[in-house]
Ligand binder design. Structure first.
Ligand SMILES: [Zn+2]
Length: 389
């Protein structure tokens, strides 16, 4: 049994990310067995003047479009990544999984450098690309929640098709469920009601996550994608992504399910941010995803910093909430990490560049000042690895 006490100047403890000064976390074979001020074991690792934070969760990312980097300014967005005629789908339709391996490996190592431990990734054409995505993510040390996308969807659902279930769609969804994957649906508008219900029933019965984009664009919102999702999918374990166009009354109608925000992607694609104030007032616990890796650097710190400044003056959004969006709120929905007794130790130690910060400045410090080069240690269970000077 390997027993180690890990000491840091500050640590963010539990679901509330409570700031503890001069914290000591006792671990036994990588599991947290105690949090206090005095080391429980002889073997002490002192992380110095650092803030110990749970490893981050990036709750929505498309990694398979990395090859489109640099094309964003040259094409209209739908021509690039829109389903099913965008360049991304055209390319992936033909690509061999092996040809993507080294690019994915690079992306995942970069994801890891931002202190991310848990990644919810969309896998387009899931039957073909799931294995290569999973293998490369694991090699980079990521805990990955695969959200596999069936290869078929409807450009438009005609009224007389609502009861139809495409054979390939059903076969692929069943295959994903058998393998324990979550399911990614492009938008509720791209499937018949019967197909949406099928996914909710199959994934729901196994407790597997369903992810779908909802009301990212004005068009999708006007076409009623929210009601379509609420009427079919939320009997399952469903995460709604974006919600950029929702009004306050629609936000109030949302059940308490995970919603994922991608603020920088929204700013780039649709020139608008979701009403985060209303979401927080409604008691939702949103999480953050960085969306298309070709467009947005997969850095959750960048998202929360952007959101802080974009929402400057908000009476509701507190700095600790921004940190929760990338850590403990994700954990509260069943993925990611917090530092608490009884859980696996997965943390990062962020170096503090200035002496004697007051405890009530720690959240602001992390949100506004910390950068990747400040991540000094990555802690995975019993392993404490120094990654920077
Ligand atoms: Zn997306």
């Amino acid at each position: 049994m390997r027993r180690v006490s890990i000491k840091s100047r500050y640590a963010l403890i539990g679901e509330d990310l409570e700031v503890v000064n001069d914290a000591v976390i006792d671990t036994s074979d990588g599991e947290i067995v105690g949090v206090g001020k005095v080391p429980g074991y002889v073997n002490v690792i002192d992380l110095g003047n650092t803030i110990l934070v749970p490893q981050l969760t990036n709750a929505h990312i498309h990694v398979l479009d990395y090859f489109l980097m640099g094309l964003y300014k040259r094409y209209y967005i739908d021509d690039l990544v829109g389903a099913p005629y965008g360049l991304k789908y055209h390319y992936l339709h033909k690509a061999r999984p092996e040809s993507l391996r080294s690019g994915l490996s690079h992306v995942f190592r970069r994801v890891r450098r931002y202190g991310v431990g848990c990644l919810l990734t969309i896998i387009e054409f899931g039957t073909r690309f799931a294995d290569v995505v999973l293998e490369e993510a694991r090699k980079a040390g990521l805990c990955i929640v695969p959200l596999a996308e069936p290869s078929v969807f409807r450009v438009y659902v005609h009224l007389n098709e609502e009861e139809d279930v495409d054979e390939t769609f059903e076969k692929e969804v069943k295959y994903f469920i058998d393998r324990g994957f979550g399911i990614s649906l492009v938008s509720p508008l791209n499937y018949s009601i019967a197909e949406l219900r099928l996914v909710a029933r199959l994934a729901g019965s196994r407790g597997l996550l369903i992810s779908t984009h909802v009301s990212e664009t004005e068009d999708a919102h006007a076409d009623g994608d929210l009601d379509r999702a609420l009427g079919t999918l939320i009997t399952g374990n469903t995460m709604l992504v974006h919600l950029t166009q929702l009004g306050v009354d629609e936000i109030l109608r949302l059940p308490k399910i995970p919603v994922t925000l991608s603020p920088r992607s929204n700013a780039e694609f649709v020139n608008r941010l979701p009403n985060v104030d209303a979401m927080l007032r409604a008691g939702l616990r949103p999480v953050i995803g960085t969306d298309n890796v070709a467009l947005i650097e997969p850095d959750p710190w960048g998202e929360i910093r952007f959101l802080r400044y974009a929402m400057a003056g908000s009476a509701v959004l507190r700095p600790v909430d921004l940190l929760k969006m990338v850590t403990s709120w994700a954990w509260s929905w069943g993925f990611g990490y917090v530092l608490r007794e009884g859980l696996l130790m997965r943390g990062i130690a962020v170096g503090v560049a200035y002496e004697d910060l007051s405890a009530d400045y720690i959240y602001d410090y992390l949100v506004t000042r910390a950068s990747t080069s400040d991540i000094i240690y990555v802690i995975d269970g019993p392993e404490v690895v120094r990654v920077a000077d």
